[in-house]
Design a protein around this ligand. Structure first.
Ligand SMILES: [Zn+2]
Length: 249
């Protein structure tokens, strides 16, 4: 993964002792399982890059590896560093926020990520869920959406970012270093995730007795002709037991 965003979460794990080290052990021991489903979870586990509590930030995954923490096959997982803030009993929320802001500033500097690409988990649309935008991190959102509290957090991140030299303008264009390599090439243009992102279809349907193309069209909310196109069907006949690819649109 080439990180372009930083996604902030909170664990919503309120048990005593559920601090950064405990989460680290859980991840290492494969305790955080998720159902592995095509188009949803790729690996059968949840994993992210850093967990922060009042005392420490623990890294679980290299920042050039993709996590499973935001939006299944979406850009939040494919392009962002995932940071979880602990919420265990007795852990200071303000110290955790402070430390998370520092870590975020460091990651911005290290990976040349701008402040507007520091986003709450809420930012990423989770396709296929009834509540696509998660109320996460809940205590930095207002009524479940980014508002004054999130701005307050970003201001804190920016303060740390400036304090480590982040005020220097980020390089804008490509240049060639003394080894003849192109550096600071502009990032690959990346569409606004919410509207334009179209993951490749990973949905399938195995034809059962009674299925018709028009019923499948209604069920998956795609047109009959696009199902036909995706499967090379020349008529509306579908064969029992055949696995059909269901396109996204
Ligand atoms: Zn989250």
């Amino acid at each position: 993964m080439q990180p372009r965003y930083i996604t902030i979460h909170s664990t919503q794990n309120f048990s005593r002792g559920a601090d950064a080290l405990r989460h680290s052990e859980a991840l290492r021991n494969g305790k955080l399982r998720a159902r592995k489903i095509r188009g949803f979870n790729r690996i059968g586990y949840l994993v992210w890059h850093f967990t922060v509590d009042e005392d420490r930030a623990v890294q679980h995954l290299p920042t050039n590896e993709q996590g499973e923490h935001a939006d299944f096959g979406g850009p939040g997982n494919r392009y962002s560093i995932g940071v979880e803030m602990c919420e265990n009993k007795g852990n200071s929320r303000s110290a955790t926020i402070e430390r998370t802001a520092k870590l975020t500033a460091y990651l911005m500097q290290k990976h040349k990520i701008s402040l507007r690409k520091v986003v709450p988990h809420y930012h990423w649309k989770r396709r296929g869920l009834s509540q696509p935008h998660k109320n996460c991190p809940h205590y930095l959102l207002d009524n479940g959406r980014p508002g004054a509290k999130w701005e307050w957090f970003l201001a804190k991140v920016n303060k740390y970012y400036q304090s480590i030299g982040g005020s220097n303008p980020l390089p804008v264009g490509p240049s060639i270093n003394s080894y003849g390599q192109i550096v600071n090439a502009p990032a690959i243009p990346y569409p606004t995730a919410e509207r334009s992102y179209q993951p490749p279809s990973k949905r399938y349907h195995t034809v059962k007795k009674g299925d018709t193309l028009s019923a499948l069209s209604r069920r998956y909310d795609v047109s009959v002709s696009s199902i036909q196109r995706a499967n090379g069907l020349r008529s509306s006949v579908i064969v029992l037991g055949k696995k059909l690819r269901i396109p996204n649109s």
